[in-house]
Design a protein around this ligand. Sequence first.
Ligand code: 48F
Length: 264
Amino acid sequence: MKVEDTQVTAAIVKRFMRDFLDLIELDVAVVGAGPSGITAARYLAKAGAKVAVFERNLHVGGGMWGGGILFPRIVIQEEAKEIMEEVGVKLESREAGYYTADSVEAVSKCTAAAIDSGARVMVGLTVEDVMIRERDRVAGVVINWKAVELASLHVDPLGISAKVVIDATGHEAAIARIIQRKVPGAKFPTSTGGVMGEKPMWAEAGEAEIIHNTREIYPNLIMTGMAANTLFGSPRMGAIFGGMLLSGKRAAEVALEVLRKKRA
Ligand code: 48F
């Protein structure tokens, strides 16, 4: 078979540019491709929303790949069993209510299902800022290559518009922190009005609080996953992932509600 190097170049550039141009105006931009972000993206795409996930690493999966201390197995509770089964993850149960899964299988199948549902997953891109309109409304994300950030190059970023942004950045709650830093007077519905920071590990409390913490905390900005617990000062929970999956599903519901209100 004849292979022309320049044709390979042209095919990649043309395909990437076409795909990229198609996502510069989104219904929902999800920041972070961990379990909560990927799950939110799948439910949103399934419901017909135009959604893209921006992940700074080249790999997806966030903290789910490594299981507990690099034992690549994760625990899921009964309440989230269905979310794993929908994407075909095999679950084992030795004790009532606790299921285990292979974390590599879980990340791969959750991601494949999100993409098959129509979600776009962009890797190697850091969300370094947000776009704010009318002073207090999130209107999109500002992206740059993580490689640019690592090399400390002075390169300007690009803006992507989104009707809703989901902060699925895990322990950092990076998007909420950007707003706290850059928008004077911004107040979140926490007891301090700011990002409270996660509390020490307590799986039961963290899992119990995460769904309540999954909500719109600033116009058009929804928190999900560990970022939601970091915002509201709830505990972390270690290698149990039911709450992350349920929070991702809930974030998609909240985002669809925000989109519905905008259309009405
Ligand atoms: O940390 P992560 O997996 O978040 P999650 O979905 O799940 C948390 C669990 O993995 C675990 C846990 C279980 O009980 O507590 O920690 O809440 O995934 C967050 C993803 O966001 C990316 C980061 O690389 C990771 O893959 N990320 C963080 N900040 C940015 C970002 C950013 N500014 N731009 C793009 N990606």
